[in-house]
Design a protein around this ligand. Sequence first.
Ligand SMILES: Cc1ncc(COP(=O)(O)O)c(C=O)c1O
Length: 391
Amino acid sequence: MTSEHNLDFATNAVHAGQKPDSEAGAIMTPIYQTATYVQESPGVHKGFEYGRTANPTRQALEANLAALEGGKHGFAFSSGMAAISTLMGLLKQGDHVIVTNNVYGGTYRYFQQVMTEFGLTFSFVDTSELSAVQSALQPNTRMCFVETPTNPMLRLTDLRALSNLCKSHDLLLAVDNTFMSPFYQRPLALGADIVVHSTTKYINGHSDVIGGVVVLNDDHRAERIAFLQNSVGAVPGPHDCWLILRATKTLHLRMPRHNENAVCIATHLQKHAEIEKVIYPGLPEHPHHELATRQQLDPYGKPGYGGMISFQVGSWQRAKTVLENVRLFALAESLGGVESLISHPASMTHASVPEADRRKLGLSEDLVRISVGVEHAQDLIDDLEQAFACL
Ligand SMILES: Cc1ncc(COP(=O)(O)O)c(C=O)c1O
């Protein structure tokens, strides 16, 4: 779906892609819960033939997300993985892809255990080091697939610098922007060709939908993605689209609160006797703090570091004690919801990454990850404190 985006982020969040329904004037985009559409005569219709190909509720969501990312075309999918797997349809047998070594475990699994069976090859490198990307280049490299910040090590890649490198080697740069959301990072403006999200996370923000999106500017490539979206068929249902569309209206209100709370909690943890190390790009000690401050900006130019914090507590046993004793934080996979979550990446989200690779990434057994919600920061700190008291 194609979008227009000459309005402020907040205005687009509320309005982009949505106009009052022509039938009844409903202010909210209706849920077009239909599989097919009536035609007046063969081939004569209102632009909709079949629900997999197009749906008005989905189109509204696609236009809305494209506007928020500052992109021309948006394509919604039934999950983040459906978006990523459909995107890989831009490539062909024999192509090589350079991937951030600490990508989401499910992305790693899909690339390593599925796409390699179809003749694609992958090099997993630390894309925060441009020299590592340079060294991984092969004559058949076609794409760089990057996550920044990474999950759960929160390492950043300089998107402007990497996009220059990609352009000089004629590579597509695809960025998984799930962790920052378009509120704090707009990769297309930094030179990326394609943005992908698990909309399950911050974009939907209420932990009640699984979804994904691909946003891009290039018309020709967008045509191919539209073809793939329809051919593969991993599309979201209209009700899920409607829920996500409802959620994007408050993205610009939720994100600053996630950020504020996370800065407050990371600062508290940083000086805590029970914690060995805190990893949060908003802390001046983080190795990529300067890049985060330059690259992760809200639409008004103010830096934001997101709501994800990782910290080490010294051992798996101690991590387990914390995970079992929190009361407000819920022990669960996923992230980006209004409620705070806590997880153990080594045994949960990243269990599909081989142990040796986890060790290389620094993804240790004592690492705990929190997704800071929009509750009151002091209540969250008090909850962590009562769990630390059990150590
Ligand atoms: C950064 C990132 N990308 C992609 C995905 C996959 O998204 P989904 O679970 O919606 O398929 C996830 C899921 O956790 C993620 O964290």
